[in-house]
Design a protein. Structure first.
Length: 118
């Protein structure tokens, strides 16, 4: 009966762990950079054919609302309210979309809703 030789990897496991750690740190830095880029975003969304404009930041804050004077009607306040809500929601959706796109580079699209947590 012959003897089998068992190959030992030696110290390569420590080296591969260090490489993996470096890769994870690099990924974390890239992810933080992407989060900072999203936070610095400012998007503008309109409703009612431009009658109402909302400016929203990447931090999901409404920065400004602009209302065309001709849509201000004391008799139809509900329409104006709806236009404001539509413009703000449009801006928030744009931010969510950009966030999801940037984060999918890190998750490969495997973590649904990640953009909601950032």
């Amino acid at each position: 009966m012959g003897r089998r030789k068992i190959k030992r990897k030696g110290s390569s496991s420590g080296s591969s762990q260090a490489g993996m750690l470096q890769q994870l740190q690099s990924m974390q830095e890239d992810m933080l950079k992407a989060q900072e880029e999203v936070a610095a975003l400012v998007v503008t969304s309109t409703a009612g054919g431009g009658a109402v404009t909302a400016t929203v930041t990447g931090e999901r804050r409404v920065q400004a609302i602009s209302i065309a004077p001709e849509v201000v009607d004391a008799e139809d306040v509900e329409m104006l309210q709806d236009l404001i809500v539509a413009a703000v929601n449009g801006g928030l959706e744009q931010i969510d979309q950009v966030t999801a796109e940037k984060m999918s580079a890190f998750t490969g699209g495997m973590v649904p809703g990640l953009g909601d947590m950032i």
